[in-house]
Design a binder for this molecule. Structure first.
Ligand code: FAD
Length: 621
């Protein structure tokens, strides 16, 4: 049966990529359909109920700056908030929240249900409708046919998903959910490069069976941070304590005794796992000299006793899981509520995508999230937002948009995926960005909200809050620049103790704020000036302290922009570029970079090869 309404965009999958994609397309005024297996699992956190952390919070703030849902939902669901690297420079500071998974899902669902132009429908998608080599819709298990100008697939770990516990395995998209096998078979018929990855999750533990008194307590920060630029601590639910315990040598012996029944070590699992989030058996195997590994014991929510023991993800047989858990301090009587497991799934080589996340070989079809070889809610949400907005722009007959590497971690993420591909689950780190000082979590709004407003992603409330912060920072910096402190005055007497030495000559407050020993509230307090709003004060302080470095990075960006934006024709015949080695030619042909800058980041493409390309472009211009 054909569904009569024709949509602008269809999004398949209601996980983190799918919900951001659907919300973004609908915010832009495009009629959008979100099709998902089960409406009850919209926004479900498959693994750890936590959002943010190093590199990841930068993505969350960027999603937020573009009007997305993740940070807003986190503020409503977060039961513990901390700023990591708080004492380090602003580039690597990162907010992390432990979330109540029920509240998180409820917040996402409420945003979806209240979003104009968005329709929800519960059905699995089994097939794509392809007409004249273009994707124009989807077919569900019931045979319903839905048509649209663009389709975004965000089906996570579900394609050909197989769950492993010890040597037993069974089909599954994640615990309790069916896999998407029909869709996986259909996609494998198309000319995409497909491979397998794996990820894992720890057993969950009943908090009633745990002795917290022998564990180290870990409380959240005071004052409480917020995740969204529109966030308010008053939205946060009750805050709770997390705990820390450790594995020990006995735990490691038990784990080793299960190696012969490990699906990873016996070759049953072929997919590559996340290097930066290894299973406990992987850690014990790789670091035989380490006699202990840290475990963060994190509550799953306010209305459950279930705990998430962060650090012991495993696919070992259940008897080994239970014995290993009970060998850990505080877990001696632990009851496991859900076994840990690993999941293997299909992912598609992201080098077959454009920067808009449209697939190269199938116009109208976009991929976002775990399907592209990434891991993590934040990475998925960021791609979902980008794919959703570009699918909407396609439906509106507009050019695609994507941020550059110097504008956003989203730009870094997508460019890395498309240029380098990935052979293991890709996660974001601040070290992946060349311009870290420009891409801070505190200024994602200053980097992206104006563009988001132009794209139709940012509503009036966010726009007004943004303008107040942007204009407030400019006028507050001006206020500080025009307040002079002169030797011998009462102001100087108040400021000298902060500096450790008496002022030699007059300085304005902005200059004084550059000094590492001086901070904004203390300095303004000393001279009796009122403090600006916290977000404004933070911007002014960063601007004062890091202006030199920031300007240097901006200069570098301007120099590289010329190469970055020099386009390479889509049909460029690399065989005609004289002097190019066969190896470099093949690499460029495989990636088909769209700009000279992207070509320079293809592994194995040398600066000399870039010069040859430049000469060729000039000759053929
Ligand atoms: P998902 O969140 O998986 O959402 C996919 C959605 O698509 C679901 O709603 C599903 O029902 C729907 N769907 C699938 N097929 C169809 C279809 N044919 N028709 C309709 N709907 C469909 N991340 C980390 O950062 N660290 C970890 O340690 C980690 N461990 C993990 C362990 C496990 C066992 C799992 C399953 C995931 C883990 N993750 C981890 C990954 C994290 O859950 C994902 O990165 C993130 O959820 C991906 O978001 P997504 O939107 O791409 O997909």
């Amino acid at each position: 049966m054909d569904f009569s309404k024709r949509f602008g965009v269809i999004v398949v999958g209601g996980g983190h990529a799918g919900t951001e994609a659907a919300l973004a397309a609908a915010r832009m005024g495009v009629d959008t359909l979100l099709l998902t297996h089960n409406i009850e699992t919209l926004g479900q956190m498959s693994c750890n109920p936590a959002i943010g952390g190093i590199g990841k919070s930068h993505l969350v703030r960027e999603i937020d700056a573009l009007g997305g849902a993740m940070a807003r939902a986190t503020d409503r669901a977060g039961i513990q908030f901390r700023v990591l690297n708080a004492r380090k420079g602003p580039a690597v500071r990162a907010t992390r929240a432990q979330a109540d998974r029920v509240l998180y899902k409820a917040a996402i669902r409420s945003m979806l249900e209240n979003q104009p132009h968005l329709t929800l429908f519960q059905q699995a998608v089994d097939d794509l409708i392809i007409e004249q080599d273009r994707c124009v819709g989807v077919v569900t298990t019931m045979g319903l046919r839905f048509h649209a100008q663009a389709v975004v697939l965000t089906v996570g770990t579900f394609l050909g998903g197989r769950i492993h516990i010890g040597l037993d395995n069974e089909p599954g998209g994640r615990a309790g959910d069916p896999p998407s096998n029909a869709l996986s078979r259909r996609l494998r018929e198309l000319p995409f490069r497909v491979d397998r990855l794996k990820t894992g999750t720890p057993p969950r533990i009943d908090g009633n069976s745990v002795d917290f008194s022998v564990m180290e307590q870990q409380w959240g920060d005071d004052p409480l941070p917020v995740m969204s630029y529109l966030g308010d601590v008053a939205e946060h639910p009750q805050q709770v304590c997390c705990y820390i315990t450790h594995t020990n040598e006995q735990t490691h012996d038990i784990i080793r005794s299960g190696f012969d029944r490990s699906p990873m070590f016996t070759g049953v699992i072929e997919g590559v796992g996340p290097r930066y989030c290894p299973s406990i058996e992987d850690k014990v195997n790789r670091y035989p000299d380490k006699d202990s590994h840290q475990i963060f014991v994190e509550p799953e929510g306010l209305t459950t006793h279930e705990l998430y023991p962060n650090g012991i993800s495993t696919s070992l047989p259940f008897d080994i899981q239970l014995a290993a858990v009970r060998s850990i301090r505080g877990f001696e009587q632990a009851h496991i509520t859900r076994p840990g497991y690993a999941i293997e799934y299909d992912y598609f080589n992201p080098q077959d995508l454009k920067h808009s996340l449209e697939t190269r070989f199938m116009p109208g079809l976009f991929f976002a999230g775990q399907i592209n070889g990434t891991t993590g809610y934040e990475e998925a949400g960021a791609q979902g937002l980008l794919a959703g907005l570009n699918a909407a722009r396609m439906a509106q007959d507009q050019e695609c948009w994507f941020p550059q590497r110097d504008e956003a971690y989203i730009g870094v993420l997508v460019d890395d995926l498309i240029t380098l591909g990935t052979q293991e689950p890709y996660r974001m780190f601040t070290s992946r960005a060349e311009y870290r000082l420009l891409l801070r979590e505190d200024n994602a709004d200053l980097r992206l909200t104006e563009t988001g407003r132009k794209l139709g992603l940012v509503d009036d409330q966010r726009w007004a809050a943004f303008c107040a912060k942007r204009d407030g920072a400019v006028s507050d910096a001006e206020r500080l620049r025009s307040h002079w402190v002169r030797p011998g005055t009462a102001d100087a007497e108040a400021v000298n103790p902060l500096l450790g030495t008496p002022l030699a000559h007059e300085y304005n407050l902005m200059d004084l704020l550059k000094r590492p020993e001086v901070d904004y509230p203390t300095l303004l307090g000393a001279v009796g000036l009122p403090l600006a709003d916290a977000a404004v004060a933070e911007q002014v302080e960063i601007l004062a302290k890091y202006a030199g470095y920031i300007e240097r990075q901006q200069g570098e960006v301007a120099r590289l922009r010329a190469a970055e934006t020099t386009p390479l024709p889509a049909d460029l015949d690399y065989g005609q570029v004289s002097g190019l080695s066969n190896e470099v030619r093949q690499k460029l042909e495989a990636v088909r970079p769209t700009t000279l800058g992207q070509a320079g980041r293809v592994p194995g493409v040398t600066p000399a090869a870039i010069s040859l390309l430049l000469v060729h472009l000039k000759k053929t211009a």
